[in-house]
Ligand binder design. Structure first.
Ligand SMILES: [Zn+2]
Length: 66
């Protein structure tokens, strides 16, 4: 059952405050549609965290390859 939790996020809509559960942000590059107000929302918190860890890996890989 742990597999089902991977990549899913529960995020609060910044427009109406509705909690959207089980969002699969990997499939949409961080975008989701609020189930309550139908707004298109970019999950910046999640994506910035992912980008940061990604950049750390790239730096480590670049250093290692030299
Ligand atoms: Zn909303």
């Amino acid at each position: 059952m742990q597999m089902n939790q991977t990549g899913k996020h529960n995020l609060k809509c910044p427009f109406c405050g509705h909690i959207n559960e089980g969002l699969l942000l990997d499939e949409t590059d961080g975008w989701y549609e609020c189930a309550n107000c139908k707004s298109e929302v970019f999950a910046s918190e999640i994506m910035e965290t992912a980008k940061r860890s990604c950049c750390d890996k790239e730096v480590s890989a670049a250093v290692a390859s030299k």
